[in-house]
Design a protein around this ligand. Sequence first.
Ligand code: SME
Length: 316
Amino acid sequence: MIMKKEEQYDLLLRQVVEIVDGEVELVPKMANVAALLHETFHFWWTGFYTVNDGTLLLGPFQGPVACMRIGYGKGVCGTAWKEGRTIVVPDVEQFPGHIACSNASRSEIVVPIYSRGQVAAVLDIDSEHLNTFDDIDRYWLERIAAAVMGETREIYLAAGCFWGAQHFFKQVPGVKATETGFVNGRTEHPTYEEVYTDTTGFAEAVRIVYEPWRMPLSRLLELYFLAIDPTSLNKQGEDEGSRYRTGIYFTNDADRAVASEVLDRESHKHDLPLCVELEPMRNFYPADAYHQDYLDKNPQGYCHLPLELFEVAKKG
Ligand code: SME
């Protein structure tokens, strides 16, 4: 039976999660993930470079001998490092500055791997055919790369009253932690009562810590859109005021790009313009304990979201 690329990746990601589970050292994880990818897809070259003393240093790989060091901004790998985003190269001869470790390589994909918000390594795959890699490869390889590092990511989402919003995001598989608070305002350490006056500029929001290999940001944001009316300005459910505006607040440019794509797709589903902010997260202050996990503590408490939505969130 011939499996589709998505099915192969889906299976592979499960194997990767098993391989990396419980192992903290990077080298053995990278070695086995390189082997697994290489065996599955028979690429020309599959391997890792890690950021070391300001240069990319060759790590575990499968395939022919490769260059051992790549500078910041150099070649495809150094560019993916510098720009912090995945680079798909359909034809390496068309990529200015491409570093040819082997003449047989015709197309390439390089995926940055983050640790504590910084690029710590890249996954580099070469093919001896043109146009081998597309958005499907990018989507799955980003998840696989994140699983190798075991890194969690953060995003801040404003979705109206944060009691229901937090309860919604808590259900989503791959979400490790949530916290209610106030995002992108003009004062410091605002209280709930101050934010309630609608004069501080803050929006009620949820800080979400998630595992991107289990729950990619694009899917997390699709779920977010199920929990909001994106065309409603400063009003969600019965809650009204700029503190109840909707917004996506990111902490790196790669997340901004993903969020822009999702916003663009969502905008086609509506006749009215979207009112969802897309801004860098400038400040976030956690709300008091009273407002944390509110609906767990008060199951009959006020919730602007329909209960069925929590079942949707659980499915991911
Ligand atoms: N082509 C890469 C160099 C690494 S090899 O492909 C293994 C680049 O341009 O960064």
